[in-house]
Design a protein around this ligand. Structure first.
Ligand code: CU
Length: 86
């Protein structure tokens, strides 16, 4: 199981009948555009994830999602593809 204690507070808002969550993940392993592209491709396949925006210089990925996607699932997937969030 992945601890989410280090993750900052998630931004939430209501869109239609859904609660959309938005979080910027800090990912030290990001080194170039291929990294953010790989993360984008992997996360975009998860149902519920609507936006994946990578920033190479900041080494962050901003993700927007609603159900059935979850924070735990995103963190797990990032770890699985060797881009763990710290
Ligand atoms: Cu890279």
């Amino acid at each position: 199981m992945i601890s989410i204690t280090k993750v900052k507070k998630t931004f939430q808002y209501i869109r239609g009948e859904k609660t959309v969550e938005k979080q910027t993940f800090s990912i030290p392993n990001i080194s170039c555009g291929h990294c953010t592209a790989a993360i984008h491709n992997e996360l975009s396949e998860l149902p519920g994830i609507s936006i994946v925006e990578g920033n190479v210089e900041a080494k962050t990925v901003t993700v927007e999602w609603d159900e059935p996607a979850s924070m735990d699932q995103i963190l797990y997937t990032l770890k699985e593809i060797n881009y763990p969030s710290e």
